[in-house]
Design a protein around this ligand. Structure first.
Ligand code: UD1
Length: 432
């Protein structure tokens, strides 16, 4: 039977929480680690499902993967025997596309299975493919959803991105690292994880300048060498706990973060009346006053992250007045709204805008996690709600949050991961 989170809401979250490494940075760094024949040690990896799927795919093509501990791996890709990636699980994760850039960049050849549509929207890869073609590769979408890319030589070039895309920027960067000559990527994504992958590649001997600005300049090098690298803290995991503190009227010190990466989230929490204190590598969120309404539009970094949109909507749903949230990155990211409505939320969606009328509280209900971040958001709603909330399909949440329930319990949440109806009844009896 599937596991669920069963939550008895109503407690403010209070205490300290330690944030892990950034999932979306780590996924790309793992793919990039096969671009050198020498050993690479990667530290501060989150121990979540998507990361393990990526590691399995790396093993599958013949690299040696050694788990040093829960958060550290050593990868030696000198023994790779194939550039064809199609493991059972790889089709379930978007980050599989990073293997195209990595394999093409190193071996001038890649055949990688990609997932189909995704619950948050169409998730096209046209910009990735356009970039590979500009570098001189021939790219085809073969039957079975396999992308085949190959090149005699990759040649540096000038690439203008029609749309700001995190995935395409990273992928093109990887493909260009060992191309002949110079590559310039204009209108590049500026997300912290773009910078992290550039730093990782540079620590392997690449020459990438300008990551974190909208023009990235890459000078091709002959080969990459081994390295030891620590992944940056997860901006979205941190933001999720910050918003959980706000929605439960709590007081949480979120540790092991880079406060600069959280500025957009901090700004919105300040606007709605929270206190946010920044330290060198921590932020403290205190929600002692009633929350106020505001307007948010998701935008590429340094704008408000789309991956924080569902969580923030939960907090706005408990704020005084009417708020709006405009989703400008992915078209289908309000699927959790129906679930929230069943918990007493008052949210109307018109196109890509959610209009949120604050209510005085949510009530517990049985809800489904429609995707990773929306799932986390519904857990926050459950923590803030009166009564019992059961969140189904937490598989999605486990893809991106390590020990989510343990960390929340340490902050005073009453919740458990349960897979059995009898156990659910026992939990409810115990906490009521
Ligand atoms: C990455 C993250 C995802 C996060 C998103 C935004 C991974 C594996 N995924 O996704 O969790 O929600 O950044 O921070 O790290 N687009 C195109 N053509 C393309 C590529 C993208 O039109 O070839 C569009 C998308 O549909 C979207 C926008 O560009 O509207 C931004 O997408 P992008 O930044 O590429 O997101 P991902 O890299 O897919």
């Amino acid at each position: 039977m599937q596991e669920q989170y069963v939550i008895k809401g109503g407690n403010p979250l209070v205490g300290e929480v330690e944030i892990g490494g950034a999932k979306n940075a780590a996924l790309a760094i793992l793919a990039a680690s096969i671009m050198t024949d020498e050993p690479v040690i990667i530290d501060n990896l989150p121990n979540v499902r998507d990361i393990n799927v990526m590691l399995d795919a790396i093993k599958d093509v013949g690299a040696v993967v050694e788990r040093i501990d829960n958060h550290t791996v050593k990868i030696c890709a000198g023994s790779i025997t194939s550039t064809h990636i199609d493991t059972e699980n790889i089709r379930k994760i978007r980050a599989s596309y990073y293997f195209i850039g990595a394999l093409l960049g190193k071996y001038n050849n890649a055949e990688v299975a990609l997932p189909g549509g995704c619950s948050i929207g169409a998730r096209p890869v046209d910009l990735h493919l356009k970039g590979f073609r500009a570098l001189g590769a021939e790219v085809e979408i073969a039957s079975g959803g396999i992308i085949e890319a190959s090149a005699k030589v990759l040649k540096g070039t000038h690439i203008y991105m029609d749309k700001v895309s995190v995935g395409a920027t990273i992928n093109i960067m990887m493909a260009a690292v060992m191309a002949e000559g110079k590559t310039v990527i204009e209108n590049a994504a500026k997300e912290p994880h773009v910078v992290d992958i550039a730093n990782f590649l540079n620590s392997c001997g690449a020459s990438i300048r300008g990551a974190g600005t909208d023009v990235i300049r890459i000078t091709g090098v002959d080969k990459l060498h081994g390295t030891e690298y620590t992944v940056i803290p997860d901006q979205i995991e941190a933001g999720t706990f910050m918003v959980a503190a706000a929605a439960t009227k709590g007081d949480v010190l979120v540790k092991n973060v880079i406060p600069k990466h959280l500025e957009a989230i901090t700004a919105k929490l300040l606007e709605i009346g929270c206190e946010v204190e920044e330290f060198d590598d921590a932020v403290r969120v205190v929600a002692s006053k009633p929350l106020k309404h505001t307007s948010i539009t998701t935008l590429p970094y340094p704008g408000f992250p789309t991956d924080m949109q569902p969580q923030m909507t939960i907090a706005l749903g408990l704020s005084r007045g009417t708020s709006t949230v405009t989703e400008s990155i992915f078209e289908n990211r309000f699927k959790y709204v129906d679930e929230l409505t069943r918990m007493g939320g008052d949210v109307k969606v018109e196109g890509n805008i959610a209009i949120i009328t604050g209510v005085s509280g949510y009530t517990g209900a049985r809800v489904n996690a429609p995707d990773l971040r929306a799932g986390a958001a519904l857990v926050i709603a459950g923590l803030a709600a009166e009564g019992i909330t059961i969140v189904d399909d937490i598989y999605y949440i486990e893809r991106g949050y390590e020990e989510f329930d343990e960390k929340l319990r340490a902050l005073g949440a009453t919740m458990e991961m349960i897979s059995d109806d009898k156990e659910i009844r026992k939990f409810i009896l115990r906490v009521s």
